[in-house]
Design a binder for this molecule. Structure first.
Ligand SMILES: CC(C)(COP(=O)(O)OP(=O)(O)OC[C@H]1O[C@@H](n2cnc3c(N)ncnc32)[C@H](O)[C@@H]1OP(=O)(O)O)[C@@H](O)C(=O)NCCC(=O)NCCS
Length: 125
């Protein structure tokens, strides 16, 4: 089932502790939040435990800066038997909000519903 809804799964302010040596936000921090946002979207489809199978097509479009308010929008693109595919689009806006939000990163993820032993289970009963 594909959804047209673009959900703001996470919105957070970027902190100095998450910078790289150049002073902008470390890409791995953004990917970690993308992963968490995608799990939120999958849980909205079905209340299961999900693990990340695949993160692909990660594109860092523009740098993210300390103090930016960053929003992770998720869209469920398909639901399989045991997997959910999610697209995440990340937008950043300076905390004082003088400029409109800009697109900074995007990615596609596959999450798999698992049981207590970590084995794939149907997303829906
Ligand atoms: C996720 C995991 C349980 C899947 O096991 P698996 O043996 O690949 O399971 P399956 O082959 O049955 O595939 C499960 C689903 O993933 C999909 N899938 C598997 N490999 C895929 C790939 N490379 N790309 C896209 N989808 C894939 C399958 O199509 C299937 O979806 P469907 O049932 O909707 O058709 C296992 O790979 C695992 O435990 N991986 C580690 C997860 C992890 O630690 N993640 C990081 C922390 S959350």
């Amino acid at each position: 089932m594909e959804s047209d809804v673009r959900e703001p799964a996470i919105r957070t302010i970027m902190m100095p502790r998450d910078t790289n040596p150049l002073g902008c936000i470390f890409g791995g921090h953004i990917v970690s939040l993308i992963d968490q946002a995608a799990v939120q979207c999958a849980i909205n489809v079905a209340n299961r435990n999900f693990v990340t199978k695949l993160i692909k097509d990660v594109e860092f479009i523009e740098p993210v800066n300390v103090g930016d308010v960053v929003t992770f929008y998720g869209k469920v693109t398909s639901v399989g038997r045991t997997s959910v595919c999610v697209r995440i689009d990340v937008e950043a806006q300076h905390m004082k909000g003088a400029m409109p939000p800009k697109s900074v990163t995007s990615a596609e993820l596959v999450l798999v519903a698992v049981d207590d032993e970590g084995k794939p289970i149907p997303v829906k009963n």
